[in-house]
Design a protein around this ligand. Structure first.
Ligand code: C2E
Ligand code: CA
Ligand code: CA
Length: 645
């Protein structure tokens, strides 16, 4: 059966017209036979005949000179209908001979199949085949030929051309598949390299790539190397967010921080995530450190707006330390450690601050691992102690209560404040036993003062998110009160907003239980965590403690003063008491008084004191009163909570 796909286009190149006529006769059907063929084809199908016996027909075209034939082959190729084969005469004066013609043909169309024809015996066929490099696209035919020879050559070579094209197509598609796979492998490889050198969560370079870049920058040698800066940026209070809102929220928070910090870097600088909430910038050629300083400032600026996660606005704050190469170190580890020390120093001074490294900071590096391992034994070695800071009545100046603030008397480092170890204790889980110790010690001390004849006062204890979540808080508190013999209304627990917001339902239940025992609950650092304040109505809370950052700027910034004012009026409308933290000047106190703030804490009155000094202060202030406790009225939130029960 005629294959419609088969290319039957044949080129005859011969200088003899008579020969052309012969080819046409042998290879083409007489005019009108086409239709017959189609009918025959139909019969083949109907009768199920596999092979048709009639000779196949071809499309034959003529050229009388080699040059002409090659031009026709070129045109056919351009049309997209190339010749499948050509019959080429050996001698075609005056033009090219057959050999040259074949070479030219193959130069423009390397797939065309060729039959060389010659009547003459003056060719050494071996030589001809040699010259055409034993091509398998070539057959030799001696004139005069039998029609069947021509038909068979035409049929076989058209099929050969066709099969080769199929094979070529398959090879090409195979090559395309291979190319695609290779490309895929390369991409996968690239991705693997990326994963090995980048942080999965934020996509930023990781610690390995950071070290690599840092070493490269140093490798040029101090004489050739450009000065550069290492900026260590550590988020403040990230642990709290992670603990109170969960890891998913913590991750989203870090991603958002990373993308904001990325806005700050210039081409050629590096921003890496070194782990946890620690980001490192490598800033190129800041001659005097001012570039680094301005990048650090921009970093704090871009972090200024709150990050919204799960419908809650979280305020970001960070501390940044800067170390310069080669001034502050000519080794990667030293530069990182010194940037770390500067960051640590910034953190100690407060929040959202930038510090340049200076040699006296060296001792500040917390050597976290060492501290963590020391911390393990600190409890059993009884290295902790509590200091007490008075909470003072804004109107009368009377000390109402005391906040217990933990200190660590470290055998080598001296007295350490909580900012140096609370975060470590939280991340290592030691905050739970430490918090339990603080609770017991504070209750014991409060009772002891009472036994010593001081007018009874309330004792405030900070409770970390981990303790609150752990589920044992109520029992731990009961046991501490029992062991000390202290009545519950002498105890006040200070919790941060984020600690109670983690799982509000659970929190309400715990707070209700504590409230029903008579214990007071304060929200610590109020204003720095959640913007949503609706929880204040639902949670049985007694006091808000306005964070010291608002108090600090209150006198200079009208905006902060109005925030403080708003917090106070909100609190009072819910019958909550308000305590201002970090009051350092008489001016601040005067403003707070005018705004109706109930109590305050701060260096203006006094800092946290060891137990014996606190006792001496109380004695000196002894106004002959029976109790220092402020009268407690049930707050709006307590009533609401009770009503909802
Ligand atoms: P906090 O609960 O906000 O405690 C107040 C902090 O402000 C104390 O720092 C206090 O010494 C300091 N401060 C008091 N008055 C002023 C002032 O006028 N100006 C300034 N700039 N600061 C003032 P401290 O003792 O270093 O405690 C830091 C934080 O450590 C506390 O902040 C609290 O969150 C945490 N902490 C302290 N003791 C404990 C504890 O026993 N358990 C837990 N979980 N956390 C604790
Ligand atoms: Ca507190
Ligand atoms: Ca506070």
């Amino acid at each position: 059966m005629a294959d419609p796909q088969l290319n039957r286009r044949i080129l005859i190149i011969d200088d003899s017209e008579a020969i052309h006529a012969d080819y046409h006769k042998v290879l083409e059907l007489p005019a009108g036979a086409d239709e017959c063929l189609e009918v025959e084809d139909l019969e083949d199908v109907l009768l199920g005949r596999a092979e048709r016996t009639t000779a196949p027909t071809f499309k034959v075209e003529s050229a009388y000179q080699g040059e002409h034939g090659v031009a026709m082959a070129k045109a056919a190729l351009l049309e997209g209908h190339p010749y499948a084969m050509a019959f080429v005469d050996m001698r075609m004066p005056p033009g090219w001979d057959g050999l040259r013609t074949i070479e030219e043909l193959w130069a423009i169309d390397s797939h065309i199949q060729v039959v060389i024809c010659s009547a003459h015996a003056d060719y050494e066929w071996a030589e001809v085949v040699e010259r055409l490099q034993h091509s398998d696209r070539l057959l030799v035919l001696r004139k005069p030929f039998e029609p069947i020879e021509v038909q068979q050559c035409a049929s076989a070579l058209c099929h050969k051309w066709h099969n080769e094209r199929i094979v070529r197509g398959q090879v090409e598609s195979l090559e395309r598949v291979v190319a695609a796979r290779t490309h895929g492998l390369e991409a996968a490889n690239e991705q693997l390299r990326h994963i090995a050198t980048h942080d999965v969560l934020t996509g930023l370079p990781n610690r390995a790539l950071l070290d690599d870049r840092l070493h490269q920058m140093i490798a040029q040698g101090p004489r050739n190397a450009q000065p550069f800066a290492v900026l260590m940026c550590d988020l403040d209070r990230f642990k709290l967010i992670n603990d109170s809102m969960g890891h998913r929220a913590g991750d989203a928070f870090l991603q958002s921080v990373a993308s904001r910090l990325t806005e700050v870097i210039r081409t050629g600088d590096t921003l890496a995530r070194r782990g946890g909430d620690e980001f490192v910038f490598l800033v190129n050629s800041p001659i005097d450190g001012s570039d680094a300083q301005s990048i650090a400032q921009r970093a704090l600026q871009v972090l200024d707006a709150p990050v919204r996660i799960d419908g809650i606005d979280i305020h970001v704050a960070a501390s940044i330390g800067i170390a310069m190469y080669p001034r502050d170190g000519d080794r990667a580890d030293i530069l990182l450690a010194n940037a770390d020390a500067a960051m640590y120093s910034a953190k100690q001074r407060g929040s959202n601050l930038i510090e340049q490294f200076s040699p006296e900071m060296r001792g500040l590096t917390p050597h976290r691992l060492q501290l963590e391992s020391d911390l393990h034994r600190a409890l059993e070695l009884q290295q902790f102690e509590l200091h007490y800071q008075p909470k003072v009545d804004t109107n009368t100046g009377m000390v109402r209560s005391a906040e217990a603030l933990v200190r660590w008397r470290h055998p080598e480092r001296g007295l350490l404040g909580p900012t140096e170890f609370i975060a470590i204790a939280e991340s290592s889980g030691q905050i739970v036993p430490l918090g339990e110790w603080v609770l017991n010690e504070a209750c014991r001390q409060a009772r002891k003062w009472q036994d010593e004849g001081l007018p009874p006062l309330r004792i405030g204890v900070n409770v970390s998110a981990a303790q609150f979540r752990q589920g044992e808080l109520v029992r731990t508190v009961e046991q501490a009160l029992d062991a000390a013999g202290l009545e519950p209304h002498f105890l006040e627990l200070e919790l941060t907003e984020s600690a109670v917001m983690r799982s509000p339902e659970e929190s309400v239940a715990i707070l209700e239980e504590l409230s029903s025992m008579g214990i007071l609950v304060s929200v610590d650092d109020f204003g720095t965590g959640y913007s949503s304040m609706s929880y204040l109505r639902r949670f049985p809370i007694d006091k808000l403690k306005i964070d010291k950052s608002f108090v600090c700027d209150m006198v200079a910034r009208a905006e902060d003063a109005s925030i403080v004012q708003a917090i106070i009026s909100l609190a009072h409308s819910l019958k909550l008491k308000v305590v201002a933290e970090g009051v350092e000047t008489g001016e601040q106190l005067a403003v707070l008084k005018s705004l109706g703030c109930d109590q305050y804490q701060g260096f203006h009155f006094c800092c946290a004191l060891p137990a014996n000094e606190f006792k001496a202060l109380m004695k000196a202030q002894d106004a002959g009163i029976a109790s220092r406790l402020e009268p407690v009225e049930p707050t709006q939130s307590k009533l609401t909570a009770l009503r909802q029960r």
